[in-house]
Design a protein around this ligand. Structure first.
Ligand SMILES: [Zn+2]
Length: 1002
């Protein structure tokens, strides 16, 4: 957890990931027409299109000018961040503070996107998603606000999207049909059979059922609910599955009328487009139609407890990790998140207390191995009005609960007595500098989510942006009072009685109880129905079955750039790709190391090797000192597995590990020094250290299954189809999960410890390497020299030089085969995948398959699997020579497999239009041409070898795709019996599959 992720959105739809700050090419200073400079000319008091300018502030840290305004008539608040970035963003956020568990803000978020006054067609939002050049479109429900952001690089597109968004938020249709569709409804299990039993359906209902099968999520939800029980934080804003059916359509409309009002809204715009145009459009299309109200949405402070509270909760057992108890200890900091500096100090303090092996809590809780890892919610959390801090363990024995509490109290006492080392504080401030300089392509979105929580409670968002001010104030506070941090710890963690101890333990019957509770709820609803109600339900159900819509929201980022491929002048002749980019003073170094010489029996260990090799200590540094050096000198150093398909032959691929690292230009020698030590003298002697790392990895893998189950299903389905599929299963599939579980349970790890140096000899060897450097043009020659230096350092003691190198592995004898695998899981939803062997990237049919996958997703699969089937998501994709179908959090299993089949029939019968093809093309093109951060320019080419010429040829083939070629490839590749396919399902016990001998049940 990074200190600047102030706004941790408990979003229900998409993970924003970590917010990060990008600097900008400083050349803007020399252009008088820059957006940043133009914005500086606004004056406080100036009136523009119904708004009044309140404040204009230059924020040089982030290369932007902030303009704060208020709307005169309604009191709506507005912040514009002018910055010379083409990727403009708009966001409107409403303070939504529900007082029950029906999920009303979440269902509303879904329903407003189903049509509005000006755009009454079903789903204007998702139609725009197909037609626009947007780089981001979505909506989020947090626990106390709902946010609608989009971004695009095109000015005309911005106006169109703004129009759709304003109309959706302020003038939605909120039709009854949309409510039942998105929220919940009763419907015949089989909508075409009036005698089949009635069941609950609805997008949000199923989405939340899926979310509540994720133990980490449930735990986080409970922590918040129980720590602030007296107001809106005491309820589940996303909706508790069994409370959702208590919501009525009328209540939904009422919630909209009271919360989605300009007087309760905050508008944010970002980028290089002119502010006046935005204000004019927002005023004309929305705000001018409202009068001021007094929205009663403010969140009062939680009454302070005078003694700590403890509570036990239960969860379903996971079959992949031994039964585990989680304990957290949490106290609200009393500090309001609108106090910017206090929040800054506490988030810094939180990092000092828990991040990395040098932190006090890591030493006292993780290293003694009482549990497997910190609990999933740990550290400072500024997403509620009053911030909180949590510390806890997962994967521990129930009887250790008291012991853990004792240790936590003792650790806090020790911190109060001893404070922190100065060097660790410096390392953290260094990290902030890196974070500000690192560029991302979605800066506007990061900014919007960064300020959201604080602004939501009337904090000053501009103050929050002035990071240097906070750093300076922090340094001064520490200088004036060396015990500054210790006193904070005393105040917030020792003398604070508003503390919660929450323990979570497994319950064998948890799932059963949940099913029973749902049955009872259903019974109650059904008993209240008359015969005519039932008939009505059947008629409506048929109607839904004939309506489908929505497309997958996924966008893949690919890059297109011109890079220079040259050989390093050093005698070792390691290929190096240099890419000159405006990286704002950062250097990015990456290297791919081949696994070709690694013996087969060591392959399963490679992911484990990657996760520990940079964390065990190296050279003269023990693992603590190593972690400290990395924090002080680099923006991160890591190694991960990397398997890349050949673009023209499906039985060829490159297998390797990818080294990734970055640092400020001035620290490049230090970073290469660290890499040299990792190559030449890694420490492989500390079994205790290894055990800690192994347990954390195994826990992380086990936790991941319930939210990335579709990835595991897809990986498994591909296993028997290509050599690369087989390798991916080994590195990142269910096979790897089981392997890590086995290792974590071994009483003695010496054998594993002995394996690591064997792997190292094969992998960390310059003879097997190629490198990529992204840096500014000014720094490139210096970087070249240092890379050379590094190469000779790590090569000097290699006596067995093999002259032959081969990057590509070929397995001409690989025989693809059919395989159906089922993994029984302790959660009530399925992840289903079917995968078909097709053609590689350069094959003439690849473009048609690519367009086909988008069109099938948008026009058929999403509707069938999500709208009708009730799954959270589903679709098709191509890559690695495979055409893959998948579903996500799906109540169905075998039925979804037949939906995949039916989608092929749908294409072959030609029931789509030219418009459908054009939309699929637009969506593929916008992914191909989406922006790439300077740090990642050229990486696509570095990893896959796909040149700009190959890409251009692919673009031309995409352009040439016709309805005929789509029908044709669907028949030739996807028709039954045409090609080899694999199937995998992760889900609850399934009797039909168990009885069917064609399935392998794990
Ligand atoms: Zn949702």
């Amino acid at each position: 957890r990074w200190v600047f992720v102030g706004a941790r959105l408990t979003n229900n739809d998409l993970s924003l990931g970590k917010s990060s700050f990008q600097g900008q090419n400083p050349s803007w200073r020399f252009r008088s027409t820059s957006a940043t400079e133009r914005a500086l000319q606004y004056q406080a008091g100036q009136k523009i299109h119904g708004f009044t300018v309140k404040e204009v502030v230059a924020v040089p840290d982030l290369f932007l000018t902030a303009v704060k305004l208020t709307h005169d008539n309604t009191g709506a608040q507005y912040l514009h961040a002018a910055r010379d970035d083409k990727n403009n963003l708009f966001s409107v956020q409403l303070r939504t503070t529900p007082m029950d568990n029906t999920g009303v803000p979440h269902i509303l978020e879904h329903t407003v996107l189903c049509g509005s006054e000006k755009y009454p067609c079903r789903d204007p939002f998702f139609k725009m998603l197909n037609r626009s050049l947007s780089t981001f479109m979505n909506a989020f429900t947090a626990s106390d606000f709902t946010m609608y952001p989009f971004s695009t690089q095109n000015g005309k597109d911005f106006q169109n999207l703004l129009s759709v968004y304003l109309d959706a938020v302020f003038f939605p249709c909120l039709r009854e049909l949309d409510f039942w569709q998105e929220g919940w409804r009763l419907e015949n299990e089989n909508p075409t059979d009036p005698t089949s039993p009635l069941v609950f359906k609805g997008v949000v209902f199923n989405e939340m059922k899926g979310a509540f099968s994720d133990n980490e999520r449930v735990y986080a939800q409970h922590l918040q609910n129980k720590l602030y029980p007296d107001h809106t934080y005491g309820v589940v804003s996303g909706g508790e599955p069994l409370a959702i059916p208590d919501l009525s359509w009328k209540q939904l409309k009422h919630f909209h009328a009271t919360h989605y009002h300009p007087s309760n809204a905050r508008f944010f715009t970002y980028g290089d487009l002119p502010l006046e145009q935005h204000l004019k459009q927002i005023q004309e299309e929305a705000l001018s139609k409202f009068e001021r109200t007094e929205p009663d949405t403010a969140v009062p402070n939680q009454p302070h407890w005078d003694r700590p509270v403890r509570l036990p909760i239960q969860y379903h057992c996971s079959s992949f990790i031994s039964d585990a108890v989680v304990v957290s200890f949490r106290c609200p900091s009393l500090c309001s998140i609108t106090d910017t500096f206090e929040g800054f100090t506490l988030s810094l303090l939180s990092s000092l207390m828990i991040s990395g092996p040098n932190s006090p809590f890591y030493k006292t809780l993780i290293e003694p191995k009482i549990g497997t890892d910190f609990s999933s919610v740990v550290g400072y959390d500024g997403s509620t009005k009053e911030a909180s801090f949590s510390i806890g363990l997962q994967g521990m024995a129930e009887e250790d609960t008291e012991k853990v509490k004792q240790i936590i109290v003792q650790t806090i006492d020790e911190i109060i007595a001893n404070g922190f080392e100065e060097e660790r504080i410096e390392a953290l401030l260094h990290k902030i500098e890196i974070q500000m300089k690192h560029q991302s392509t979605s800066f506007g979105l990061s900014l919007a989510s960064y300020i959201a929580s604080c602004w939501n409670h009337d904090g000053d968002p501009v103050q929050l942006l002035k990071i240097s001010d906070s750093v300076a104030q922090f340094r001064k506070a520490l200088k004036d009072n060396p015990r500054f941090l210790q006193e904070k710890v005393l105040h917030y963690f020792k003398d604070n009685t508003h503390r919660l101890t929450l323990s979570m333990s497994p319950d064998e019957a948890y799932l059963e109880k949940q099913v029973k509770a749902e049955q009872e709820k259903l019974q109650k609803k059904v008993q209240a129905l008359s015969e005519s109600d039932k008939k009505d339900i059947y008629e409506k159900g048929k109607l839904y079955a004939n309506t489908y819509r929505r497309i997958a929201r996924q966008r893949h980022e690919k890059d297109a750039c011109i890079c220079l491929m040259v050989l390093s002048p050093s005698d070792i002749c390691v290929p190096v790709q240099y890419c000159e980019q405006p990286t704002n003073g950062m250097v990015y170094f990456r290297a791919m190391c081949s696994l070709n010489t690694l013996p087969e029996d060591l392959k399963l260990y490679v992911p484990l090797f990657c996760s520990v090799i940079t964390k065990m200590g190296c050279g003269g540094l023990d693992y603590r000192q190593q972690a400290q050096q990395m924090e002080l000198k680099t923006g991160g150093m890591s190694i991960s597995t990397s398997v890349n398909p050949d673009y023209s032959n499906m039985d060829m691929y490159e297998q390797g590990v990818l080294l990734s690292s970055s640092c400020l230009e001035r620290n490049l020698p230090d970073m290469f020094h660290l890499w040299s030590d990792i190559f030449n003298s890694p420490h492989f002697d500390d079994e205790e250290r290894l055990r800690v790392l192994v347990m954390m990895s195994a826990q992380e893998l086990a936790n991941g299954i319930s939210y990335s189950g579709h990835m595991y299903a897809m990986t498994r389905a591909a296993r028997s189809l290509t050599p690369i599929g087989e390798l991916q299963e080994t590195f990142g599939g269910m096979e790897q999960v089981k392997f890590m579980k086995r290792i974590a349970e071994m009483p003695d790890l010496t054998q594993v410890l002995r394996t690591l140096p064997r792997i190292k000899r094969h992998i960390l060897n310059p003879l097997n390497m190629r490198c990529a450097v992204n840096a500014t043009p000014q720094k490139m020659s210096d970087a070249t020299g240092q890379l050379d230096n590094f190469m000779s350092n790590v090569a000097s003691n290699k006596k067995d030089r093999k002259p032959v190198r081969s990057d590509i592995t070929e397995e001409p004898n690989f025989k693809p085969c059919q395989m159906k695998t089922f993994f029984p899981m302790p959660f009530p939803i399925n992840f289903v995948s079917e995968c078909i062997r097709t053609v590689p990237f350069t094959h003439e049919d690849y473009a048609s398959l690519n367009i086909l996958s988008r069109m099938m997703t948008a026009k058929y699969l999403h509707g069938e699997i999500r709208e009708k089937g009730g799954a959270y998501g589903g679709g098709a994709r191509v890559g690695g020579g495979l055409f893959t179908f998948y579903s996500y959090r799906d109540p169905n299993s075998l039925q979804t497999l037949s939906t995949f089949r039916k989608s092929v029939d749908w294409v072959r019968s030609g029931q789509f239009t030219q418009q459908d093809i054009d939309e699929a093309k637009l969506s593929v093109f916008s992914a191909v041409d989406s922006p790439v951060a300077p740090s990642n320019k050229g990486m696509g080419r570095f990893l896959s070898g796909i040149t700009d010429e190959l890409k251009q040829a692919h673009r031309e083939r995409l352009f040439a795709v016709t309805d005929k070629s789509l029908v044709d490839v669907a028949g030739r590749y996807l028709g039954i019996g045409q090609r080899t396919c694999g199937v995998a399902i992760l889900g609850p016990e399934n009797d039909t599959i168990k009885k069917d001998p064609s399935w392998v049940v794990k």
